[in-house]
Design a protein around this ligand. Structure first.
Ligand code: 16G
Ligand code: MG
Length: 547
């Protein structure tokens, strides 16, 4: 390979050396840690993005963000050609690059070996699309990714400030010649806003005829002091006659994700700081990179109620199955909901037994849910934390199109099919997207004539408790069956089974965290007191058996 390229890489490595003793793995959220110790890894991820692009002959995305983590953290993750997360087989290369010594010859040798193995050349065409969140450290880190990728002759598209789902969408559009949508931020908003308007304008017109003009829906949103605040403004600009969004925690006063954002609200089950709980019928929180969404409201007794990812699964599945039934398409397609062990048992019960929709359970982490969702014509997935989306197969899309065009069908059938087609355009099929999910939720509530209280009362959650347990080595805990059962240490599962059997509707599991050096305990039961007690009993057993 070229000496010139090697020289440039040497300079870059000298400028951003790898701190000694650091071990950094490419996890579910890519590389993520304190921002000040990240620059060196950005060199390696830039090189990897470039190689991936050469191999796939397509644009690869690099998103700089640490999502819901505090401002002092940052991270990077790669996006594959169709807007999905980096293929798992490449995480190995990411980890290999990360673990190499900080020596140009070692790194260069590895690159040459990898390029031979992957059958690509330095001059092969490559394109990397970069975007970042609002963290102070983001511009510098993205610039290092750019400089590193350019060493391998890569064309860079820098989209600067974007939400994570916007970059996923953009990469997809670029690679499929804009069949999915136009490859710009304006294209993204055009697609989701036009679909939203189409879907609810007709419905609002009908309502207006029967019960008078309806004012725009009002929503107060906590934007976690992150990138979402800047982007929500566009929804306001385009949809203000249908939706009035008041944006709080917009980054002008508070700190990113500090006592606010979807993760905070979900974890502490309370409203964030910086958002006055007055006068608004509905509230939402998104996270620092706008790929998670949580709804909540205050009832007339001043009680706080939260609607999380499980609730989105139920709402989306209800709406879609209604439309499939109305369009007489239900028998021709396979629909399923994908959850993790964290899904509240009541939601699973409601989806399976009341809605008659099958549920699959997979290990924690978006990539597992997304992958499983591909098995269905309509795969609806949400993590309880509010991250999720819906995937629609080509088969489903062509059946819907045929139904719309079929003159032998009734008007009602064709209307339902066209509503489904428009709904698909609101959804960001590449990844969970707080903005798209918000519009989809508002559209469904309007079309189903459902209030937020009505949505909440579809079923009652079982009380639950989650605990973090610090143990000396979290790898001692090993799980199976989508993390619902432990296989190590010995006897732990027997003890869990025995404790759980003492509680009505009891359920509990233990798993090592993928993002923190702790073990997580989950418990649910018929009362909060029982759920708390069960969780605490399990904690003691975990501590005892891992001493
Ligand atoms: C990451 C995952 C998220 C998962 C969480 C679990 C992605 C993009 N994010 O944030 O899906 O719920 O990790 O964290 O995959 P834990 O292993 O610490 O419980
Ligand atoms: Mg996020």
């Amino acid at each position: 390979m070229s000496e010139f390229a090697k020289e440039k890489l040497t300079t870059l490595m000298l400028e951003y050396p790898k701190p000694s003793g650091i071990i950094l793995g490419y996890g579910t959220a890519g590389f993520r840690t304190r921002a000040d110790i990240l620059p060196w890894i950005m060199i390696r991820i830039g090189l990897l993005a470039s190689l991936r692009s050469k191999v796939k002959k397509a644009c690869i995305g690099a998103m700089i963000t640490a999502s819901h983590n505090p401002e002092h953290d940052n991270g990077v993750k790669l996006i594959d050609p169709y807007g999905e997360m980096l293929d798992q087989s490449w995480e190995v290369y990411a980890n290999n690059l990360s673990s190499l010594d900080d020596n140009i010859h070692v790194l260069w040798d590895y690159l040459e070996t990898l390029m031979t193995q992957l059958n690509v050349q330095l001059n092969d065409k490559s394109t990397v699309a970069i975007a970042y969140d609002t963290r102070q450290s983001s511009p510098l880190l993205s610039n290092i990714v750019k400089n590193a990728a350019e060493i391998l002759n890569t064309n860079i598209m820098n989209f600067e400030l974007m939400t994570t789902p916007q970059l996923h969408y953009t990469v997809r559009c670029y690679n499929d010649n804009e069949l999915y949508g136009s490859c710009t931020e304006a294209g993204y908003f055009d697609k989701i806003c036009t679909a939203f308007r189409k879907l609810i304008e007709a419905r609002r017109y009908n309502l207006c005829m029967t019960s008078g003009a309806k004012p725009a829906e009002q929503l107060a949103i906590d934007a976690a002091n992150g990138i979402g605040a800047q982007k929500l403004v566009y929804l306001n600009q385009r949809l203000s006659d249908l939706l009035t969004i008041e944006i709080f925690n917009d980054g002008t006063k508070g700190h990113l994700n500090e006592k606010c954002g979807a993760d905070y609200v979900k974890l502490y089950q309370k409203a964030p700081d910086g958002l006055p709980l007055t006068n608004y019928p509905k509230y939402c929180s998104i996270d620092g990179d706008a790929d998670r969404l949580i709804y909540y409201f205050i009832d007339e007794n001043q009680r706080f109620h939260m609607l999380d990812g499980d609730r989105f699964s139920v709402l989306f599945a209800s709406f879609i199955s209604n439309k499939l039934k109305e369009a007489k398409l239900m028998d021709q397609v396979k629909m399923g909901v994908i959850q993790t062990a964290y899904a509240n048992g009541s939601s699973t019960n409601y989806i399976v037994n009341t809605m008659n929709v099958p549920v699959a359970c997979v290990p924690t982490g978006v990539k597992h849910l997304h992958h499983k969702a591909l098995d269905y014509d309509i795969g609806i997935y949400f993590e309880a934390n509010g991250h999720g989306t819906v995937l629609f197969s080509d088969n489903l899309k062509s059946k819907v199109k045929a139904a719309i065009e079929d003159q032998n069908r009734t008007d009602e059938e064709r209307l339902a099919a066209s509503q489904l087609r428009v709904f698909i355009d609101i959804i960001n099929e590449t990844v969970g997207d707080a903005l798209a999910d918000l519009l989809a939720t508002e559209a469904i509530l309007c079309l189903m004539n459902l209030s937020i209280e009505g949505w909440l009362h579809l079923y009652n959650d079982l009380p639950q408790r989650q605990l973090k347990v610090a143990i000396k080595d979290r790898t001692m805990i090993q799980t199976t069956d989508a993390e619902r059962r432990c296989i190590a240490p010995a006897h732990l599962q027997d003890c869990i089974d025995e404790l759980v059997s003492k509680y009505s509707s009891g359920r509990s599991f233990v798993r090592p965290s993928g993002t923190e050096d702790i073990v997580r305990v989950y418990a649910e039961a018929t009362t909060q007191v029982d759920a708390d007690k069960l969780a605490d009993d399990i904690r003691k057993i975990v501590e005892e058996l891992t001493k």
